[in-house]
Design a protein around this ligand. Structure first.
Ligand SMILES: Nc1ncnc2c1ncn2[C@@H]1O[C@H](COP(=O)(O)OP(=O)(O)OP(=O)(O)O)[C@@H](O)[C@H]1O
Length: 389
């Protein structure tokens, strides 16, 4: 996956002259020590990150940790104090006002928490607004606005005024407006935070659905770890202006790395977060014969053909007999197999006592085995034990 946006050693100090504060920070000082010694507020302290193309990149942290400052620095609503912001390799920090306007109109779109719609303009005019600024001809911008309104499920609402719409619908207009510009980087700053829980869930699902076809690169700011887990392909966690942990949702929950991050992960529904691949163990070969290969362990296994495709499942008793007598059961049961990305909750649903669940790759080859032990250990946050076959 190629990289769209890279932030390198970004600092933001809210001061006329950020120099002295930068010196303190670069010598290991903190946001608190800068405030105590100089009275300046640090927004960002040496933040570096890379957003891959097509990512839903979540920036998460408590209030005041610097999330919005980061979003605002990227399109220069806040002026960075030091560092680089590379969009497709081009540094945005030295750009003049004219070049910056062009970037904001064509390459980076923002969706805010409060819809910021023009109240006396119809929905369609709101959606067209960015295109009008770009000088797109009226017929073309109307066509585009109608298209994106239907994408977000508001095809029939274009000629209404914003106050006639619910909060969730207005947020969809905000999203449509960002999509209409064709910018392929979206920055969504707490875009769903003001919505009622049910509508919020609906908007999250909608965004995931849209993203499957649009494949934009999205930087999504949130203070809600559950939202970050649900939407994110990667998550960056901020504290006191610093980036303190970055990684995939599964890796962060598995290894939070600090008490600050661990506190967010406590309430996580692990069965819905972790997938089969994250806990499976490697298949061990137990037997080879003209009928194929048997892999597995005491709790069950699988008969594979020469192409490593799963042919049948064997329970614990059948495995024991095979090891004693070298004979396969005459009647063989259908195997229980799941794809690698299956969440543990769904693995648990097809689990049967005294059987292993096979994990298969896209080509249908067996790549791992799962027993109750691995599933329960991961859900209960215990170390996953490797057991000898
Ligand atoms: N214009 C400003 N002038 C001075 N300080 C500011 C300004 N904007 C933000 N800050 C400070 O920068 C720090 C980071 O604020 P920021 O708004 O980025 O945090 P946040 O993580 O987005 O918080 P929230 O979730 O509450 O929006 C805070 O200490 C804040 O007080």
């Amino acid at each position: 996956m190629s990289e769209r946006l890279r932030i390198e050693n970004l600092y933001k100090v809210f001061a006329k002259d950020p120099g002295p504060a930068l010196q303190v920070l670069r010598k290991g000082g903190t946001k608190d020590s800068v405030f105590e010694t100089l009275g300046h507020v640090v927004g960002l302290d040496d933040v570096s990150l890379a957003v891959p193309s097509g990512a839903m990149y979540m920036v998460m942290g408590l209030s005041g940790s610097g999330k919005s400052t980061l979003a605002r620095c990227i399109n220069r609503l806040n002026e960075p104090s030091a560092g680089r912001i590379l969009l497709d390799g081009q540094d945005l920090v030295p750009l003049d006002e004219k070049a910056l306007r062009e970037v904001r109109r064509t390459r980076i779109s923002m969706v805010f928490q409060h819809f910021a719609l023009l109240p006396n303009k119809r929905v369609i005019d709101n959606v067209e607004f960015g295109l009008k600024l770009r000088g797109v001809a009226p017929a073309e911008r109307r066509r585009r606005a109608e298209e994106v309104l239907s994408v977000v499920g508001l095809g029939r609402w274009g000629y209404h005024l914003p106050h006639e719409l619910s909060g969730g619908m207005r947020q969809r207009v905000g999203l449509a407006r960002a999509l209409a510009t064709d910018a392929d980087i979206l920055i969504m700053d707490e875009a769903f935070s003001a919505l009622d829980p049910l509508i919020r869930t609906e908007m999250q699902d909608e965004l995931l659905r849209l993203q499957r076809t649009l494949n934009k690169t999205i930087l999504f700011i949130t203070h809600d770890f559950q939202e970050a887990l649900k939407l994110g392909t990667r998550i960056a966690i901020m504290s006191e202006g610093r980036l303190v942990r970055e990684g995939t949702p599964q890796s962060i929950v598995l290894e939070p790395g600090s008490d600050y991050v661990a506190a967010f992960t406590r309430e996580v529904d692990r069965a819905r977060l972790f997938d089969a691949r994250s806990v499976m163990k490697a298949p061990a070969v137990l037997w080879r014969g003209s009928a194929g290969i048997v892999v597995g362990g005491p709790e069950g296994g699988f008969l594979l053909d020469q192409e490593e495709q799963v042919v049948a499942g064997l329970d614990g008793a059948e495995i024991a007999r095979l090891q004693e007598t070298g004979t396969l059961p005459a009647e063989q049961a259908a195997p229980i197999c799941v794809p690698e990305a299956t969440k543990l909750i769904d693995v648990a649903r097809c689990y049967r006592a005294d059987r292993s669940v096979g994990v298969i790759d896209e080509a249908g080859r067996l790549v791992g085995l799962l027993g109750a032990e691995q599933i329960l250990a991961r859900i209960a946050n215990l170390p996953v034990q490797e057991r000898e076959p």
